[in-house]
Design a protein around this ligand. Structure first.
Ligand code: SF4
Length: 161
């Protein structure tokens, strides 16, 4: 696949899969005057059709499983799923609870994991930068790296292209 011409822009579609909304509070801060991701050409978009990256939070509830799959499928390829928060990585406070899944990021095969309960806006930004870096590779179909902790983000799976 040819390298996509993102020119630094990034469309981000957020998906809540059973989060307590703590992670959403930190994500919302990305749009405030201090973090202001729009200065970088990044935008949280309303439709998955406009997205390059899907951020997911929460342990994944049963009710969200099918809608989450449909949302990811609606994002044009190449696309990257970023798991935000410990719950999405399957290690949050509700890990192992009967109603909790394995983690939204685990279930949706995320390429980037941002740990924290909740992670800070800076940590989430690092995860988004990791996603942008994966999408900017010459051949995104080969954008696969071994699990390795890089700051707050862990790349664990290939880009879904
Ligand atoms: S990681 Fe923490 S803040 Fe985020 S959804 Fe889970 S419990 Fe809430």
């Amino acid at each position: 696949m040819m390298k996509p011409s993102f020119r630094g822009s990034l469309g981000i579609r957020h998906l809540v899969c059973g989060s307590c909304n703590g992670c959403e509070h930190e994500m919302n801060a990305l749009n405030n005057a201090y973090y202001d991701i729009t200065r970088d050409g990044w935008d949280i978009v309303a439709s998955p059709r406009h997205a390059d990256v899907i951020t997911v939070t929460g342990p994944m509830t049963g009710a969200m499983r099918a809608p989450a799959d449909q949302t990811v499928e609606a994002v044009p390829r190449p696309r990257v799923v970023v798991a935000v928060g410990d719950c999405a990585a399957g290690v949050g406070p509700w890990a192992g609870a009967p109603e909790a899944g394995e983690g939204a990021g685990v279930v949706l095969n995320a390429s980037v994991f941002v740990y924290g309960c909740p992670p800070t806006p800076d940590a989430i930004r690092s995860g988004l930068e990791a996603a942008a870096e994966l999408l900017s590779r010459e051949d995104v179909s080969e954008a696969s790296v071994s699990p390795a902790r890089i700051g707050v983000a862990v790349w664990s799976a290939p880009v879904d292209d």
